[in-house]
Design a protein around this ligand. Structure first.
Ligand SMILES: [Zn+2]
Length: 253
């Protein structure tokens, strides 16, 4: 058992006993951590508001080892997530960021840069920046860090270059295959989407641009198709439809 310190963002808090929560934290140094926060449900909790959803805190926890919940011993609030004061959409986008991290990462999986990317996304949502762009940027960076970015130039099945690029024609994206497909490989593929040229351009641009750059604004007429593609791609990876997807309809407008 060792005592560890890190910065953390609260992804979830579930009642554990009459007085305790089990919290899932996304930490800068240890990735996702699940820990018991004893006394956190008391009126005078030692953790105060540091365990509110998406709050950022300095935490100390005891790592108990494989298959056992860690024990949270300290949490000191450094920033609240305030998007709820702006509107519902940025609030739900923040919850969606949490659901993505809960669904696609594992406890104690160290993920370079992902804490920074999550932190900055929440700051930008709180600052009132446009949610459709912030969400797509976060999704693409998450896929990049996890090694799940779709292929865009080479066929995900045979590896040959896919010719439709730059021709203005639609491209076929294999959701299960994990990228674009050439005409020879199309037959027999499951979950294939037809992607228009401008949407493919956005996907490629967001997949390659540095995350700290403010994302390029997305034309409203492309937003619906982009959300459709990302929903399918992420549902396939997570093996389920994410709950928050139903609250993000406004991102399509
Ligand atoms: Zn092919």
């Amino acid at each position: 058992m060792s005592s560890e310190k890190s910065e953390a963002i609260v992804l979830r808090a579930v009642p554990w006993s009459e007085t305790s929560f089990v919290v899932t934290l996304f930490t800068r140094d240890f990735g996702r951590v699940s820990a018991i926060a004893k006394g956190a449900r008391r009126l005078k909790s030692p953790f105060e508001s540091s365990l509110d959803l998406l709050a950022k805190s300095h935490v100390v926890f005891i790592h108990k080892g494989h298959d056992t919940l860690d024990l949270l011993t300290e949490a000191k609030l450094s920033r609240r997530f305030r998007s709820g004061q702006i509107a519902l959409l940025p609030l739900y986008c923040g919850y969606y960021v949490a659901e993505l991290l809960l669904s696609l990462t594992e406890d104690h999986q160290k993920l370079n840069d992902l804490f920074e990317i999550c932190d900055q996304t929440l700051i930008d949502l709180d600052s009132g920046f446009s949610p459709p762009e912030l969400v797509l940027r976060f999704e693409m960076q998450l896929l990049r860090v996890l090694g799940h970015l779709p292929t865009f130039h080479l066929c995900a099945s045979c590896g040959n270059p896919v010719q439709s690029h730059g021709s203005g024609q639609d491209t076929r994206l294999g959701i299960a295959a994990g990228g674009v497909l050439c005409p020879e490989c199309l037959p027999g593929q499951r979950h294939v989407l037809r992607i228009t040229a401008p949407v493919l351009e956005y996907l490629m641009e967001y997949a390659t641009q540095p995350w700290e750059q403010m994302p390029t604004s997305i034309e409203p007429e492309c937003r619906g198709e982009l959300r459709f593609v990302m929903e399918r791609f992420i549902s396939n990876l997570a093996d389920k439809r994410l709950r928050l997807t139903d609250f993000l309809e406004e991102l399509k407008r």
